[in-house]
Design a protein around this ligand. Structure first.
Ligand SMILES: [Fe+2]
Length: 286
């Protein structure tokens, strides 16, 4: 059976893609951020996941404001990137796992999540930058199931709904009969706002609260309305919805094993968190 080994939350700011291309790992501006991935590289080398389920928001590459699903699941054998207009290099493609995707899609719809299913899907920097941060080498050793969450065009799904989506995805993963080691990724955030009177807004105290509560009290975070969350985290800080879905998919006993927080990258509070997921049954027996 498939097993959920843990989750990673990470920022996906476009300028990170340019810094990766220019190998600015030791640059004084970038080092505090990139060094937060040293632990991640060791964790991934030890755990060796087969598949990553990636909760992210599209920024106009595959979906635009005219047609924007609240939740969409990829079911392609390959996911391409294209020029997004951020001045970052076009990424290599990412391998998919259509059989696993269709299992998740079927299970979600049976679980009353009326998602959009995509057999052809471009993935943008919200997917490719996290993969480039986690596996900085020449190839990416995982297949992905991308799950898009609308954090762009209001009305947005609630934190509670995204947590529930993640939980449904977690149940789907654990019901998959193939022996797979599955990791879950949530990208975006943390606090930031790109436009308007509060452009440049970050909220370190609230970011810390979110990362703390995410570990063992995600339902408390789910009480925030979308608008209250935006007031506290900025208009684009609501990308945290992807982190909520990631956390929901961790079905066992969850422990944080790594956290890095750094202000700013571009005008964003950058964070990287690794959460391990241990089976409840195994803990009871221990
Ligand atoms: Fe974003």
């Amino acid at each position: 059976m498939a097993r959920i080994i843990g989750g990673i939350g990470t920022t996906h700011v476009p300028s990170i893609g340019k810094a990766i291309a220019e190998k600015k790992y030791q640059d004084p501006y970038w080092k505090p951020f990139f060094s937060g991935f040293d632990y991640v590289h060791g964790w991934l080398a030890r755990e060796k996941p087969d598949v990553a389920v990636v909760f992210y928001n599209d920024h106009g590459l595959n979906f635009f404001l005219d047609k924007l699903p609240t939740f969409a699941v990829g079911a392609a054998g390959e996911y391409r990137n294209e020029d997004e207009g951020w001045g970052i290099p076009v990424s290599r493609s990412v391998a998919g796992d259509p059989d696993f995707s269709w299992h998740i899609i079927n299970t979600l719809v049976a679980d009353e999540f009326d998602i959009t299913m995509c057999q052809d899907m471009l993935v943008d920097h919200a997917v490719t930058i996290p993969l480039g941060l986690m596996w900085p080498g020449e190839s990416w050793p995982v297949k992905i199931v991308p799950i898009e969450v609308n954090t762009v065009q209001h009305p947005l799904p609630s934190l509670k709904r995204c947590l529930a989506l993640g939980r449904a995805v977690g149940r789907a993963i654990e019901a998959y009969p193939r022996d797979l080691k599955v990791m879950v990724i949530g990208t975006g955030g943390l606090s930031h706002q790109l436009d308007g009177e509060r452009a440049g807004f970050v909220n370190k105290e609230f970011d810390q609260l979110c990362m703390d509560k995410l570990i063992g009290e995600p339902d408390e975070l789910a009480r925030y309305s979308v608008h209250k969350f935006i007031e506290l985290a900025g208009a684009q800080g609501i990308e945290f919805l992807n982190w909520m879905a990631m956390r929901g998919a961790l079905t066992g006993r969850v422990a944080q094993v790594h956290r890095n927080y750094h202000i700013p990258i571009s005008n964003t509070a950058a964070a990287t968190v690794v959460l391990e997921n241990k089976p409840l049954a195994g803990l009871k027996a221990a």
